[in-house]
Design a protein around this ligand. Sequence first.
Ligand SMILES: O=C(O)CCC(=O)C(=O)O
Ligand SMILES: [Fe+2]
Length: 487
Amino acid sequence: MSDGPSTPEPPATSDSPLSLRLRATLGENPPFCSGTLGLQPADFTLYYGKGKDARQLDLSGTSAQDVEALDELEKACEAATFGRNAEAVLDETYRKAGKMDSDKFLLGLDVDKSRLVDIVRAGLLAGNDERRAIRAELYKLNVYGKHAFFKPHKDTPRGADMFGSLVIVFPTPHEGGALVLRDEGDEWTFDAALLLSATAHYEMKRIAYIAFFSDVEHEVLPITSGHRVTITYNLYWAGPPAVAFPDELTIIYPKHSNFSAIGEALVELLADPTFLPQGGTLGFGLRHAYPFETRWKRGMPNPLDTLRGWLKGSDAALLRALQALSLDPLLRLISRDAKYHIDVMLDRMLSLGNLYNEPSELCLMLLRHIGGIRLVEMNFDGTPNNRFSHHLKYVRYELEEATSAQVYWVTKCGDVKGNLIGSQYTAFGNEPTTAYLYLTPSLFVDVGPAGDRANVAEGVAGVKAAQAQVQARLEEARAKAKKRTRA
Ligand SMILES: O=C(O)CCC(=O)C(=O)O
Ligand SMILES: [Fe+2]
């Protein structure tokens, strides 16, 4: 350090209060999002009550008899409880409000169709989370009459995948009842009554909405007049946007979705002693395509793990049928090299960037370094199918080194073109334009020798044995690399 004349402070930055304000606005990241949204008249219609007592009520705050009807709605509610530890507690010094459970009413509004769920996702989620699918589950209707309130609390998460709450406030005449949020020393006020009265003259009637994360403390200040009617939704992380069918469903036609029809056909196939006499692997190209994150990164959960629960129609039926036979099906991705006719099986999504422009290079790389398994096509009788072997002479040496599994394709991945993860990655490069990439995965199941199909413990040259080999090889390579760095 020199002890010459002290250097002057650098000049103040060129920031002005205005640029600071803009920067602060753009950099703001509150734990909630809120606003108002114009809806169709039918969205405001509420139905509740049974039989002769069935009611229809307009919550748009327009009709004259509103107050009486709102009084009736309030009376139809039960006193709202709140969660204290594991209990639902009724304590009117802590929470005074009416509630109606979600099975007791119907509302015109559909949060998905109205795009509220999208609005919440864009407003509340940042970074990687923004591309995650979420779903809003209707929770309760609440009526806060005069003097009603809800003291500071956090919402009890209902399930590990619940991350927040969405509250909709209707434009029914009321004053007070602002929702105050507090988080890490900051405080925000959401006064729906004020917001809605400011937009009351708009042609389209509006609701006010707020969505916040579960760990944010919040309170509803006392209502000073009128009726504050709200609907709350629990916000959940959802799987990929797919259709999982309920267990109670029995499909007769199409047969490919009929669990018992698939099961019966499988049983007959496996009973045939001329089919893969020594055992082996059955491959099933799935019928449907599934969305995978295009910007999949190392460290993110393996999408193939969660996909099991999201298989659609016939694919789900096939999985169930295989499991019912005490087999252990595996979901895998295939990278197919069209030039050499090499199929490489992968047990996870890969993040390859655009390093490998030549698809065949990619396939060989997957085999050599990434733990890919080469699938060798077998005939019905368990002999190798050599129809493409002439393509392989240029890569014979490479393939000798590779771990392989013998597969009899029951249904070829017909749509495997759309499943070329190599070329897809190349096409998408580092700047994918869509959040999801549709891939068609395959199911594989090892079966034992004729007469003992469930016995895949030993001697079956299937996918499981290949995976064990690959695992051992990767571990050996890792150990070698470690030694080298130490030396
Ligand atoms: O009505 C509101 O604004 C919030 C209600 C609330 O906090 C709750 O129901 O847990
Ligand atoms: Fe709450």
